[in-house]
Design a protein around this ligand. Structure first.
Ligand SMILES: *Cc1c(COP(=O)(O)O)cnc(C)c1O
Length: 390
């Protein structure tokens, strides 16, 4: 890596996180305990939701949320191909199958009109539909009114993949308060980081209780309860073959302080996004993020869509040239239907999802994070302008 290379993403960790982790190590309580409970409570208050369940990854959270909503082998789950494979792989963990529905070109989010049509044809074929997993791409909320209405009409659960959407809101309502369960990721590049980690939030007592059991071996109380309750502290009962998905206190120690900064981080990213959009107004590219005025966009990603028809370079050359200028970029996402596993298992062709394909061929994600300075951003803007003139 060049010395002055501007990475695509960087976590924003302060002294507070560092001393909380140190404190955690000194107390000797490393696994799920008081700090995890504190993080969960603060998270519930922040989102304004009844239950928050900390887990060791967003993927684990999605798996648990689907399990808790009753997904069983043979079920069909509707989701988008324009996502990370984790969204769909958890469906397979449970022996169910994803049914992909194409995205809107403007937002890269799942298209409710196409969801409706897909449900009609699946029902006609006698499929066992169970749930919809909308993904709030880049932090832009999906058309949730339509999705919730469709789900309600057909008796489907809604599990939201909000890995990018902290903090995001839809028509004044915070993401995390809308579907049956919502899952956040605290992976190293996400808007709140704990290294690895995730959170499932829900207002359903039934879903919360099931997740609490299944995230720790199917044991009916977690470690903290076990060592502080009135029952003998060695006693526990296993009620299901659960998973090992609990969040350790070392991670929660980071999360507690990250949570206090999410609004500030978002404000900064919003500022960066606004400046990018202004700076690129005259260039042969589109900024796909359509932000409804009543929404909050987390700005986890800033994705430009190159107008290839007006350019002499390809998207891949653009990325290469940016790297030569010391700017890290990325591509979100390689649609799932192009990956060998999904393609072959469901016999999918590239133009089965024309909007996802169109977006993928043109998309480049630019650096957008709170630790970037205005000078860093100027470098990105200058590089984009120069490369597109190339
Ligand atoms: C990061 C991500 C996940 C998975 O989260 P992990 O915490 O890495 O397991 C799921 N869905 C989307 C859209 C993501 O970007």
């Amino acid at each position: 890596m060049q010395e002055n290379f501007l990475p695509f993403a960087l976590p924003d960790i302060g002294e507070e996180e560092i001393s909380e982790v140190t404190n955690c190590l000194r107390t000797g309580w490393l696994t799920t305990g008081p700090k995890t409970a504190q993080f969960e409570q603060a998270f519930s208050e922040y989102i304004n939701v009844r239950y928050s369940l900390a887990v060791n990854s967003g993927t684990a959270g999605l798996h648990l949320a689907l399990e808790a909503t009753g997904v069983i082998p043979g079920d069909k789950i509707i989701t988008t191909p324009y996502t990370f494979t984790a969204t769909a792989e958890v469906i397979r963990y449970l022996g169910a199958d994803p049914v992909f529905v194409d995205v809107e070109l403007e937002t890269f989010n799942i298209d409710p009109a196409q969801v409706e049509r897909k449900i009609a044809s699946l029902k006609a074929a006698g499929a066992k539909l169970k749930a919809i997993i909308p993904v709030h791409f880049g932090g832009q909320a999906c058309e949730m009114d339509s999705i919730l209405e469709i789900a309600g009409h057909h008796g489907l659960k809604v599990v939201e993949d909000a890995a990018h959407a902290l903090p995001s809101s839809y028509r004044g309502r915070r993401i995390g308060t809308l579907g049956d369960a919502t899952v956040f990721s605290f992976y190293a590049t996400k808007p709140l980081v704990t290294g690895e980690g995730g959170m499932v939030v829900t207002n359903s007592e039934e879903i919360a209780r099931r997740i609490k059991i299944m995230r720790l071996h199917g044991i009916n109380r977690d470690v903290w309860d076990r060592y502080t309750s009135k029952k003998p502290n060695w006693y526990y009962e296993v009620v299901a073959p659960g998973f090992k998905y609990n969040m350790p206190d070392i991670m929660a120690a980071i999360g507690i302080h990250q949570l206090k900064k999410v609004e500030r981080f978002q404000k900064r990213r919003e500022e960066i996004a606004r400046r990018y959009t202004e700076a690129f107004a005259d260039l042969p590219l589109r900024t796909p993020q359509v932000v409804r005025p009543e929404d909050t966009h987390s700005w986890h990603l800033y994705v430009i869509k190159l107008e290839l028809e007006k350019l002499t370079i390809s998207r891949d050359e653009f990325i290469e040239k940016m790297a030569e200028k010391g700017i890290g970029t990325s591509v979100h996402f390689i649609p799932l239907h192009l990956h060998p596993y999904w393609r072959d298992r469901y016999k999918l062709k590239p133009d089965d999802y024309p909007n996802a394909l169109h977006a993928y061929e043109r998309a480049v994600s630019l650096p957008i994070y709170s630790r970037m300075t205005n000078a860093d951003q100027s470098r990105v803007i200058d590089a984009v302008r120069e490369v597109l003139r190339w």
